[in-house]
Design a protein around this ligand. Structure first.
Ligand code: AMP
Length: 219
């Protein structure tokens, strides 16, 4: 049984979401991506979604407390002793400390933090070509992973969309925020001796093998 809480950290476009889905499927464990949860709140027009929208559209981080409350609600529902993956959370030191408090009250702790690294220009090509199924959240790429038919999701046959924040200006802003605000988190986890680095520029299969290898050493 997989028991650890695993955190995926990396700038936008490194493939964290793809790898989180693969890993969650492979180990039958839950994964939570705060970006997906916020987009869902936005789609459902909840007060949280409406408040988050202006931050998200301009590439800024949503205030810490909103995200902490959101993730706390999800984690609290997981039975004790079951591990899970957090993708895109925490993104600030304050969120990381808040997460530790939430987890300790639920008898959990972060067992592993994986840093995904990739060249900036490669990330921009990946992100500007990214398309999303608004129904199942699966991602495609117009050049590297196109859908089988036109611009329809292979699974839902729903028209794919481009995320509002996947344009070059906003991508660059999100990257700056990553380097200034999220990267310091790496030191936080390095000091706890639980940080591992993965070269995310390799193929999806190679990156996934590397992550599985890290996992087998962990358990
Ligand atoms: P992502 O899908 O991870 O690229 O996130 C998309 C957007 O959602 C980000 O640019 C932020 O505006 C917001 N967001 C996602 N996760 C967080 C977080 N942990 N803290 C603050 N804002 C977040």
């Amino acid at each position: 049984m997989f028991k650890s809480v695993v955190i995926f950290i990396g700038p936008p476009g490194v493939g964290k979401g793809t790898q989180a889905s693969l890993l969650a499927d492979a180990f039958s464990i839950p994964k939570f991506a705060t970006g997906d949860l916020l987009r869902e709140a936005l789609k459902n027009n909840t007060p949280l979604g409406i408040e988050a929208k202006t931050y998200m559209d301009s590439g800024k981080l949503v205030p810490d407390q909103l995200v902490l409350d959101l993730i706390k609600g999800k984690i609290a529902k997981i039975p004790n002793g079951i591990g899970f993956i957090l993708d895109g959370f925490p993104r600030t030191l304050h969120q990381a400390e808040g997460l530790d408090v939430i987890l300790s009250s639920l008898c959990h702790n972060v067992g592993l933090a994986i840093e995904f690294s990739m060249d900036e220009e490669e990330r921009i090509v990946r992100l500007t070509g990214r398309r999303l199924c608004p129904n199942c959240q699966r991602t495609y790429h117009i050049l590297f992973a196109p859908p089988k038919k036109d611009s329809l999701c292979d699974y839902c046959s729903v028209e794919l969309v481009q995320r509002a924040d996947d344009n070059e200006d906003v991508i660059r802003k999100r990257s700056v925020i990553y380097w200034e605000t999220t990267k310091p988190l790496l030191e936080y986890y390095r000091q706890k001796n639980i940080l591992m680095k993965v070269d995310a520029s390799s193929s999806i299969e190679n990156v996934f093998s590397r992550i599985k290898q890290i996992f087998s050493e962990l358990n």
